[in-house]
Each structure stands twice: as C-alpha cells, then as structure tokens.
Design a protein around this ligand. Structure first.
Ligand SMILES: [Zn+2]
Length: 302
C-alpha cells in the first residue's frame, strides 16, 4: 500500500510537471489507481468528491453524500460503474456500518453506476420518472432489473425520523424529468444532484425529459421550499452555499430567457451564444452555455 501511495504521489508530481509541457500524454495518468477524495461535513455526513468532469483519469462520477444513521449508511448517488470498490473503501474509512440504502438523484450512469455493485439487499430510492428513465438503460435490463429503485415517490417523501430523517423533493423538469433534491433537515444540508452541477450552463437531457426552459422555475421552487439549510452539495463541483444556489438560479433564468428571446428574434444559436456574457457571475464559465442554448432551441422549435 505504502509503495502504491508513494507511486501515486510521484505520478502526481510527474503529471504536474507534464501539465506545463506542450503535449502531455493522456494515457499516463489513466493507468493509476482509482482514488476518491472525501470531505467531512458533519460527524455523520461526508461527501465523496473527485467529481469534476473533464479528466478521465480522476473523474469518478457525481458527488456522493454518505449519511450515517442508526440503521446503516445511506448513499446519495453511487458514481460511475467500476468505482464501486473505491466508494466502499472510502465509506469503510469513516464507519463500520453497512450501506443499507441508495438514493439516486437521477438516471445518469455517473450517479447510478454502482447500484449493482452494492447488491440487491440495499434499498434503492428515486423519483418515479427516474425509475422509468433507468428502465430504458442497458445497465438495468434483464437480470439487472433488480437494481432498479424499489421505492419511488411523486412529489415529496420522507425517510426515517429524528436525526436520521431525510426529505426527498421533486419540483419539476430541469436536468432530466426526475431530479430529486435531498435534504438532511437536522444537519441543514441539501444535495441538489445535477440541478446544480457546476457554475456553467446546465445540461438539459431532453432524451430523459430535461428542460432548459423549465429549469429556472424548478430551481425557484426548491429555493422557496427549502430554506433551512447552510450547505449545498452540488452534482459535480466543490461544496456551495444557499447563496450560490440562488445565484445559479438567476444565471440559469438569464441564460434561458436570453436563448428564448434570441430564438424569437430569429438569431442563430451561435449568435445567441456570442451575445451572452457570464461576466456578471463571478467564477462562472461558458464552456457549456452553447449547449444550454441549443437545448432551449431544440425544445421550442415547432
Ligand atoms: Zn446527470
């Protein structure tokens, strides 16, 4: 183990020096061990990170909440297929309790990829539309249908009570048509899944009922309904605050409105993208803005 860690460290230093070189070979890091970072939010709540897309070697899937209750551990999402053992190892590093429940915030494989790894004895919970979306995935066909959510809900549901309580909310379409917001009320923490993935244009998966038109309203609803939180766990970036979520709502509302207005004015997607600036949103990128605009155009075209 020690040698592996040393090797990992050396590789990290090596990759850092390569990063400055003109053409770093991408395969060098890909061969490394599967490493997931862990962030402690509370004594009984951790987040498994390494969730930033873009680097195939370190991208493990979305942020996973690890909630330790009297009856066992609840995971919110379970990362990409192939990362199950790495998830389990990290959970074991903070508790000896078994994983008894997985909440899938939505259908995508970087949030549901290890339902099968954790086995049929784990209770899987998701919004009813997410279960329907998962049923279309090859990963849940045939014998693997037993790893689909056994428990679903429509608008709101509560699991557990007292300090172990978890509230699940559905507020409408956005990233998909089945995105769950997960609240740990006694800890004042909200997990948004990919309804707040990053500080950039949202991904609206129209094949799974996502909507960049409805997205801002859906975010407004969670902001209005879930007030008693201090910490927000986003889908694919570092921990945020409710103020960050409010800012993201304003950003998405601006972007969606701009796309709709540009379309009505007969502008192309390229022109709409060129005339949208993220400058008034500190720290925001525009790498995914064009995709969000395209999703609005696709949704509204007759
Ligand atoms: Zn997603």
């Amino acid at each position: 183990m020690t040698r592996l860690f040393l090797l990992g460290g050396l590789l990290a230093v090596f990759s850092l020096s390569l990063a400055a070189a003109p053409q770093p070979p991408p395969a060098a890091a890909a061969a490394g061990p599967k490493v997931i970072d862990i962030v402690k939010l509370k004594d009984n709540l951790y987040v498994l990170t390494s969730s930033t897309p873009g680097n195939a070697a370190t991208f493990s899937g979305g942020n996973v909440a690890v909630f330790i209750t009297d009856g066992g551990v609840t995971l919110v999402d379970d990362k990409l297929a192939g990362w199950g053992q790495a998830v389990l190892d990290k959970v074991k590093s903070v508790t000896s309790k078994p994983i008894t429940r997985i909440i899938n915030t939505h259908t995508h494989g970087d949030h549901t990829g290890n339902n099968n790894f954790f086995g049929a004895n784990v209770e899987i919970v998701a919004h009813e539309n997410t279960k329907a979306n998962m049923m279309k995935m090859d990963a849940f066909k045939g014998d693997n249908a037993k790893y689909l959510p056994a428990k679903t809900y429509a608008d709101k549901t509560t699991i557990g009570s007292g300090k172990d309580r978890i509230d699940l909310y559905y507020f409408g379409a956005g990233h998909t048509n089945g995105d769950t917001f997960v609240v740990f009320p006694t800890l004042r923490v909200l997990h948004t899944g990919d309804m707040f993935a990053w500080k950039d244009g949202p991904l609206c998966d129209r094949n799974n009922g996502g909507s960049c038109v409805a997205f801002p309203q859906t975010l407004s609803k969670v902001i209005a309904a879930v007030k008693d939180v201090d910490t927000v766990i986003p889908g694919h970036s570092p921990m945020q605050t409710p103020k960050d979520l409010q800012e993201f709502q304003r950003f998405v509302a601006d972007l969606s409105r701009h796309a709709q207005d540009s379309m009505k004015a007969g502008k192309s997607v390229d022109d709409a993208f060129a005339s949208f600036s993220v400058d008034k949103y500190p720290g925001y990128k525009n790498e995914r803005v064009k995709g969000s605009i395209q999703a609005v155009y696709d949704e509204l075209k007759k």
